[in-house]
Design a protein around this ligand. Structure first.
Ligand code: PLP
Ligand code: CA
Length: 303
């Protein structure tokens, strides 16, 4: 093939590209906004696609916020969006646990290493959990904690799953509990395993860095429910029936978003250069992950 199509400034090519799809899956951070700063012309571009009757689904790996939190963020940034259109990695994990794993009491509790977004989505799916934002787990590990974890008195007997998402308050105690549950045979899941979290113009540790200590300690790998894992695509498809060949994944990151779209057999992928990946990473010979098209900024789709 002739490589990815550069759409910026080419109205005919943009209109032809958009016409190929009924559904657009949008990554959020790096495409619509960076942190709390929306990129230019985003509300207008979203309105343009809605006016063309495109179905929009906002797919984010950010597990720290629930769908409701995300819908609020969209509104605050002037981008109309309903909670129903948001599909986050916490929701993906909750749906997978509640509807696919379908564990029964007395062993169905989820031990969470993560923030409130994970807890809210588990609660919405009726899944019992512990850990998470419990402030008692942020304390220092004490000598008696070693004994109480070893003898099981600090553990919940009904924990069947360890689920990690980005945790801004990690502690050795939380990891020691996670390790104990994994050693007892709990399933190991992660909302996502992004290596990095882009913020304020640089890179911070991503959710993969939250699960990494448990990977090292247990020798196990988590099943990741975020992009690029296809469990997330199946979860999205379970909720919004759509034809994959008529769907386009829009994202800023080749290793998560664009890979997600390609491996999911979507009709196309669009890379936006306002985020993590640079065009040098996909232009030229022998590149691993190559989008179908790219634009400098999402607002360029307005032509
Ligand atoms: N994880 C966290 C905790 C984040 O804050 C973000 C971006 O804000 C992401 C992941 C990446 O999100 P997205 O998939 O929307 O780029
Ligand atoms: Ca992104």
């Amino acid at each position: 093939s002739s490589g990815p199509q550069y759409l910026t400034g080419d109205k005919t090519a943009i209109d032809a590209f958009i016409a190929k799809f009924d559904v657009f899956l949008f990554d959020c951070d790096g495409v619509l906004w960076s942190g709390d700063h929306p990129f230019p012309l985003i509300p207008e571009t979203i309105a343009h696609l809605r006016a063309l009757s495109k179905r929009l689904i906002f797919v984010t790996n950010n597990s720290t916020k629930s769908r409701a939190d995300y819908a609020k963020k969209f509104h605050a940034l002037g981008i109309p969006c309903s909670e129903e259109e948001v599909f986050g990695s916490s929701y993906s994990a909750a749906v997978y646990i509640a509807r696919i794993m379908r564990l029964e009491p007395p062993k169905n509790r989820v031990y969470v290493l993560g923030e409130s977004g994970v807890e809210q989505e588990l609660a919405a799916e009726g899944v019992p959990f512990c850990g998470g934002t419990d402030p008692l787990l942020r304390r220092e590990m004490l000598p008696e904690d070693f004994k109480r974890i070893a003898d099981g008195s600090l553990l919940d007997d009904d924990v069947a799953i360890v689920l990690t998402g980005l945790d801004y308050h990690p502690s050795y105690l939380k990891y020691a509990l996670g390790m104990a549950y994994l050693r007892r045979g709990a399933h190991f899941l992660a909302t996502n395993t992004d290596s990095t979290l882009p913020s304020a113009g640089t890179l911070f540790p991503g959710a993969g860095a939250t699960s990494a200590p448990l990977v090292t300690a247990s020798g196990k790998q988590p099943l990741a429910l975020g992009k690029p894992g296809q469990a997330m695509m199946e979860a999205i498809e379970g909720k919004f029936a759509f034809e994959r060949g008529r769907a386009c994944m829009v994202g800023d990151r080749l290793d998560t978003d664009i890979r997600f779209g390609i491996e999911g057999g979507l009709g196309g992928t669009l890379c936006v250069l306002t985020g993590v990946s640079k065009k040098e990473e996909f232009l030229g010979k022998g590149k691993a992950v190559v989008p179908s098209a790219y634009v400098d900024s999402l607002g360029d789709l307005l032509g």
